[in-house]
Design a protein around this ligand. Structure first.
Ligand SMILES: *Cc1c(COP(=O)(O)O)cnc(C)c1O
Length: 397
């Protein structure tokens, strides 16, 4: 998964371009920057790679989600449907805007279950936010149909599935807006960074202004720019963008290694009776950053996870009891523990998450293990890992 495993000359060269001029900011200082515009260059290249009209770089994946929601006009009391299995950034970005996260069950795609989504729609629902967890995607066609029928926005969180496709389109480009993270453990990294992509000119303009204090970016005198609406600072720095530009050039190479390593591990696991794999919706291709598999029962899954650790296989995750990715670990959200008072709309409208039935999600997550796919493994390491995983799983099944 992580691009940090393969770091080198190209990243150094891009960063040096920026250090030589000393202009660490992405805007302005035209005469001093030796014509280096790393953030702009990254945006152009990323939009092209993602077959989208626009890309807005920002400071993180979490900011990307926040900026995407804000650019589409999501605000106080608007309900955003999100899955029970995701990263905490999903509800953080929603709450940041005073909007209300509505948590909904997942299915065997490990992403939003379209039937559960339908049941969660109310007159206040504005957006459906599928999260393409662990390298593969939600059933986007079904979700898009629901959005079309109910006049809702489809916002894809593609932070963990960059490079995957659905219906021939890059993940993130299928919905109205798509978000990416380039934090340190993502497939390509720039230290900290994120991106929003869209084909909607208005959202693109809003995102451009919103992530930079509302600056309208007209002319080339920053001090004279006006601000048509309130914004914030979610800018990326030119240094981070430089690293990202180098990594973006290597994305397809990383994906090819990932796929090859994934296929070796998956082939080995396929020979173990009782192991089944996460469903990839028809028309989808994973980005192969994880191999995700199910065991027959929760009890066997706990044992298998232990056996994998004992035999020395690292990077196998049992999300069901993980603090960051599944609702079981989100006591702070369930109890609405925040430093300051949350908006009235959030306090009044949010589900009572301590007493909501997510047994459908539990039944899936309790049986799911994900193995990280590294791109720095040698062929020998992949073979040995596959063999060990097979042994560990056979020992409990
Ligand atoms: C990493 C991640 C994010 C947030 O990205 P940051 O850059 O770390 O803020 C959001 N959603 C998902 C699914 C992620 O994995």
């Amino acid at each position: 998964m992580p691009g940090f495993e393969l770091f080198g000359e190209e990243e150094r060269k891009q960063v040096n371009d920026v250090l030589e001029s000393g202009i660490l900011m992405r805007y302005g200082f035209d005469g001093m920057r030796n014509d280096h515009w790393k953030a702009k260059e990254f945006e152009k290249a990323f939009a092209e790679r993602m077959q989208s009209d626009h890309c807005q770089l920002v400071s993180s994946g979490t900011s990307a989600l926040t900026v995407a929601l804000a650019s589409a006009g999501i605000g106080a009391g608007d309900e955003v449907i999100m899955p029970t299995f995701t990263f905490v950034a999903s509800f953080e970005s929603i709450l940041m805007l005073g909007a209300v996260p509505v948590l909904v069950d997942i299915d065997d795609t490990l992403t939003l279950d379209p039937e559960s989504v339908k049941k969660a729609i109310t007159p206040r629902t504005k957006c459906i936010m599928p999260v393409h967890m662990c390298g593969s995607m939600a059933d986007l066609k079904a979700l898009k149909d629901i959005c079309d029928d109910n006049d809702l926005l489809l916002l894809e969180d593609a932070c963990q599935a960059i490079g995957g496709t659905y219906d021939g389109k890059p993940l993130g480009s299928y919905g109205d807006l798509g978000c990416f993270s380039f934090d340190f453990v993502k497939t390509i990294t720039c230290g900290e960074g994120g991106a929003v992509i869209t084909n909607n000119n208005t959202y693109a303009k809003h995102a451009d202004h919103y992530q930079d204090h509302g600056h309208d970016h007209v002319g080339n005198d920053r001090g004279a720019e006006t601000h048509p609406f309130l914004g914030y600072n979610f800018r990326i720095s030119e240094l981070n963008a430089a690293v990202g530009l180098a990594q973006l050039n290597r994305l397809d190479h990383f994906l090819a290694i990932q796929k090859s390593n994934y296929l070796s591990i998956r082939e080995a696991l396929s020979t173990v009776n009782g192991v089944t794999f996460r469903r990839v919706p028809d028309g989808g291709e994973e980005n192969y950053s994880f191999v995700n598999f199910f065991l027959p029962t929760e009890e066997l899954t706990v044992k298998a996870h232990q056996a994998l650790a004992e035999i020395g296989v690292d990077g196998c995750f049992y999300w069901y009891t993980n603090n960051w990715h599944y609702i079981n670990g989100w006591g702070h959200l369930k109890d609405q523990s925040s430093l300051g008072r949350l908006p009235k709309e959030v306090r009044e409208q949010m589900q009572d998450l301590n007493n909501t039935d997510f047994s459908k999600s539990d039944a899936i997550m309790g049986r799911t293990i994900s193995s990280l796919i590294k791109i720095g493994w040698t062929e020998k390491e992949v073979r040995e890992r596959a063999e060990k995983m097979k042994q560990a799983l056979k020992s409990v099944l």
